[in-house]
Design a protein around this ligand. Structure first.
Ligand code: AMP
Ligand code: DBH
Length: 541
């Protein structure tokens, strides 16, 4: 069985192969290419544990055998939610080895998100942290305890921390070798930020993803000396592949795991392991800039990458002086296209733009509402296609028909302009989403859940500007007098919604403004939320 996905048209696939972008190698190649002495070098540092490339290879082969011994077969799917620990990569490579296609949920995702993913992929396996028994119980019902793998406390033997929920041993006696993966097929599902109420899944093939990793390594000039701090969630496309942990593995460097991105956690790790690279979202960069007071030795840092949300030039400018390293802006998306400022771009470009596409075959169109190209420098919607940009969300024909044009260009929903020199500047967004410091919130998803509360007539969720986070979320709710924000938050939490999606502010209203066609007028609500915000900040000060 294989996972269905929208393929690139044959002429494109041929071109991408002919140009050497798609090599026909499996994604596991990023670790398996290190042989002999190279396999003895350190791939991951996680707490006090060290994993060499040889360990990563051997442990993921053993874990794959354990999966196959439990009957998992190519084309099966898996739901994975693990914290930032080395085991995340062991599971990922093990699944790739046996052709089992995972969704790597964020550790911040709750029962609500996991259930929504499970409904779409009907997983044959779930891998969770043992620290969340209620989630484990729920997933146990979905996949059965014999297909639920739980990760407990770290063990010296990298896979010793895993146990099947039915108590069975991690047997590794699967017959025969694992069948080779088809590199043109789906390797895993990446997560989309979403804007339509249902979390969408993005099929990524070995060929396309490996190319995005290799090209990122080239652009960032990574080699075996790189020590990358994995501070953002490991499954995030940024930390996984831009160039992220997979890029660092490909280059033969070392990934240092951080449990969270706070300076208290990260600065000592940087000093101890002489970290050279880190990827951050803008609010975390601001926190780091404030916290860097010389108490910890950050002198090993060479590059701080910032992406996920718009970085303000005023913050960007402070990086070299406060952190003693270079800045790289990264504007990417789990759907594919990744833009980088180049390390040799002039300072103005690095501070003021979000970079340019990484591949010569990334095609970009900046279009107005009528679908016509805007003049250079003007703002329009970003459409793109290319050798590592997907051609369709998983099982979402109706939505795909809206966000792809007849030529296969994908509309990212970002409003951008072209700066002098050809780099992109992100100017805004044309999708019903809140970008809360790089964490994307699908407005409709929260609105639908709120509408399920007995007191709520209607809800509309919009972004409010925020000095630190860039944006926070504000819910306008039609509800009877006396309804409390805390009650609605508790209600949403009770549905298992991820914490970061809980509205930061509630405004109770009698009615919601409508547009001429009768839809909720979010532009007016945004303006109102902004003014209220200014008012509150003024009265607070
Ligand atoms: P996702 O669909 O969750 O992968 O999120 C991708 C989206 O994040 C992009 O379409 C942008 O809206 C936003 N994004 C990512 N990087 C940047 C950046 N450097 N500046 C502004 N927005 C960004
Ligand atoms: O926000 C993103 O999704 C993102 C940001 C930077 C991304 O997917 C990426 C780099 O690859």
């Amino acid at each position: 069985m294989t996972i269905p996905f929208t393929p690139w048209p044959a002429a494109f696939a041929e071109r991408y192969r002919a140009k050497g972008y798609w090599t026909g190698d499996p994604l596991t190649d990023v670790i398996d290419r290190h042989r002999g002495a190279a396999a003895e070098t350190t791939a991951i540092l996680c707490g006090e544990r060290r994993f060499r490339y040889a360990d990563l290879q051997c442990l993921s082969v053993r874990l794959a055998a354990a999966f196959r011994a439990r009957g998992l077969r190519p084309g099966d799917t898996a739901l994975v939610r693990l914290p930032n620990r080395a085991e995340f990569y062991l599971v990922f490579f093990a699944l790739l080895r046996c052709g089992v296609v995972p969704v790597n949920a964020l550790n911040s995702h709750g029962v609500y998100e996991l259930t929504a993913y499970a409904r779409q992929i009907e997983p044959a396996l779930a891998v969770l942290s043992a620290g969340d028994p209620s989630l484990a119980a729920l997933m146990g019902q979905t996949v059965g305890p014999e297909r639920l793998l739980l990760l407990g406390a770290p063990a010296d033997d990298g896979i010793g921390g895993f146990a099947w929920a039915d108590g069975g041993a991690l047997a590794e006696d699967a017959p025969g070798a694992a069948p080779a993966a088809d590199p043109s097929g789906v390797a895993f599902f990446q997560l989309s930020g979403g804007s339509t109420g249902t979390p969408k899944l993005i099929p990524r093939t070995h060929d396309d993803y490996l190319y995005s990793v290799r090209r990122s390594v080239e652009i960032c000039g990574l080699d075996g000396s790189c020590r990358f701090l994995c501070a953002l969630p490991a499954p995030h496309n940024f930390t996984l592949s831009s160039p992220g942990a997979l890029g660092v593995f490909h280059a033969g460097g070392t990934v240092v795991m951080a449990g969270d991105p706070s300076p208290a956690t990260c600065f000592p790790l940087i000093a101890r392991h002489r970290v050279t690279w880190v990827a951050l979202v803008p609010p975390m960069l601001s926190v780091w800039l404030e916290a860097a007071d010389g108490a910890e030795d950050l002198s090993s840092l060479e590059v701080v990458q910032v992406g996920g949300a718009k970085l303000s030039p005023a913050v960007a400018e402070r990086v070299p002086e406060r952190l003693g390293c270079r800045l790289q802006q990264v504007f990417g998306m789990a759907e594919g296209l990744v833009n980088y400022t180049r390390l040799d771009d002039d300072p103005w470009t690095v501070v003021n733009t979000q970079g340019r596409p990484m591949s010569p075959d990334d095609e970009i169109r900046i279009l107005d509402a009528a679908g016509h190209p805007v003049p250079p420098g003007a703002v329009g919607e970003l459409w793109t296609r290319g050798p590592y940009t997907f051609r369709g969300y998983y099982k979402a024909d109706a939505h795909n028909a809206r966000v792809f044009d007849a030529e296969g260009f994908y509309c990212s929903g970002d409003l951008v302009s072209l700066a002098p020199g050809g780099n992109l500047v992100v100017c805004g967004r044309n999708k019903d989403q809140i970008n809360r410091g790089g964490e994307k919130i699908d407005a409709q998803e929260v609105e639908d859940l709120l509408a399920g509360h007995p007191a709520v007539g209607h809800a509309a969720v919009v972004a409010i500007p925020d000095a630190l986070m860039g944006e926070r979320s504000c819910a306008f709710v039609i509800a009877p007098p006396g309804t409390k924000p805390s009650e609605l938050r508790r209600f949403l939490r009770g549905q298992g919604l991820a914490d970061f999606k809980l509205p930061d502010r509630f405004v109770f209203v009698r009615d919601l403004p409508k547009t001429a066609v009768g839809k909720v007028d979010k532009q007016t609500l945004r303006e109102r939320a902004r003014q209220d915000n200014v008012l509150m900040e003024t009265t607070a000060s």
